[in-house]
Design a protein around this ligand. Structure first.
Ligand code: GTP
Length: 311
């Protein structure tokens, strides 16, 4: 069990990644010189680039210049806070202005702190360390609350809380989203043959192969209990979701975990895919829908994906 209140937390901060966002390369260089001996540094010279980096390679902290051409730091922060995959990244503003209005904008847009220019290296180092420590401790708490002990992937509680956000955001922004339900076939029999300890190891192996089949940082898989897994794919077309489901089915089969009582002779999974279509005006309960397709997959012989007809 990890000790959340461990005073040695700073030992782990050296793995932290910090994104510096400033339209002036000389300012990036200045901050880089102060922090690069303690942390890994990423850099972006405008808001669009910063958002792209946060989505594809999420940093532990962003140092964001307020005044930038095209998209300001405040606008960039608002977008990062709106998106599910980037909302939790702490943002410290770097500001050259000492007006109260700008300070208020920094807080209101979702920043956790701000540092005034000219930068005092000691202040920068201490603020960064303080916010990384907070994030580190929050990550540990989240992992205790939201991770499944056996499989180490997300648990049912995480799924329940996040599916609501994904469904709402898909309907509000009129983007696609999908859920894939995955059930291990004839697992009762597998436990009977090999025992529960081997069964547990197999659950972990299946969880790992599903996780490895997911390519985007915003995708996630949760263990729902009873050999059932749920994958959530925000911002994914129905066609894309079906491709992921097929990839998962193949990945699990490719593990070649012997199962003498299966007609395929190896552990297989059945999958049900449910999708929210772009611009659809009614809310589709993704989980219930996926459950029906999973049932169909079980009925037609297992080791298969079932999904809605594409229009
Ligand atoms: N080893 C192990 N087994 C578990 C765990 N949780 C649930 N199971 C077993 O997983 C099996 C799930 O069975 P079901 O999904 O109902 O049925 P099945 O035998 O897989 O058959 P089909 O799903 O119809 O292919 C049950 O036998 C549970 O006891 C666990 O944490 N560890």
């Amino acid at each position: 069990m990890v000790n959340v209140l461990d005073n040695n937390a700073e030992l782990n901060l050296s793995h932290s990644k910090i994104l510096i966002v400033d339209d002036q390369p000389i300012n990036i260089q200045l901050i880089y010189n102060i922090l690069s001996s303690d942390y890994s540094i990423l850099a972006a010279t405008n808001g669009d680039q910063a958002i792209e980096v946060c989505q594809n390679d999420p940093p532990d902290l962003v140092l964001l210049d307020v005044v930038m051409p095209n998209m300001s730091g405040i606008e960039t922060c608002v977008i990062l806070k709106q998106r599910l995959s980037t909302a939790e990244i702490p943002i410290i503003f770097i500001t050259s202005c000492d007006e109260q209005d700008e300070e208020n904008d920094c807080w209101e847009s979702g920043g956790v702190d701000f540092i005034s220019k000219p930068i005092n290296p000691i202040t920068l180092k201490n603020r960064v360390k303080a916010h990384l420590s907070l994030k580190y401790q929050r990550d540990i708490l989240n992992s205790l609350v939201y991770k499944d002990d056996l499989t180490t992937i997300f648990n049912r509680r995480y799924f329940d809380e996040h599916i609501v956000k994904v469904e709402k955001s898909a309907n509000r922004e009129k983007v696609d989203a999908a859920v894939i339900l995955i059930d291990i076939d004839h697992f009762k029999q597998f436990n009977k043959i090999y025992g529960h300890i081997r069964g547990d190891i197999t659950l972990k192996e299946v969880a790992d192969s599903i996780q490895d089949a997911l390519m985007r940082p915003s995708d996630f898989v949760a263990y729902m209990g009873c050999a059932l897994f749920a994958v959530v794919l925000p911002n994914t077309t129905p066609q894309g979701a079906i491709e992921v489901a097929i990839r998962i089915r193949r990945a699990v089969f490719a593990c070649k975990i012997a199962h003498p009582d299966s007609k395929y002779k190896f552990i297989t999974v059945s999958l049900g895919v449910s999708t929210v279509f772009l611009a659809q005006d009614k809310m589709v309960p993704l989980l219930e829908d996926a459950e029906q397709y999973l049932q169909q997959a079980k009925e037609v012989g297992r080791n298969i994906c079932k999904y809605p007809k594409l229009g």
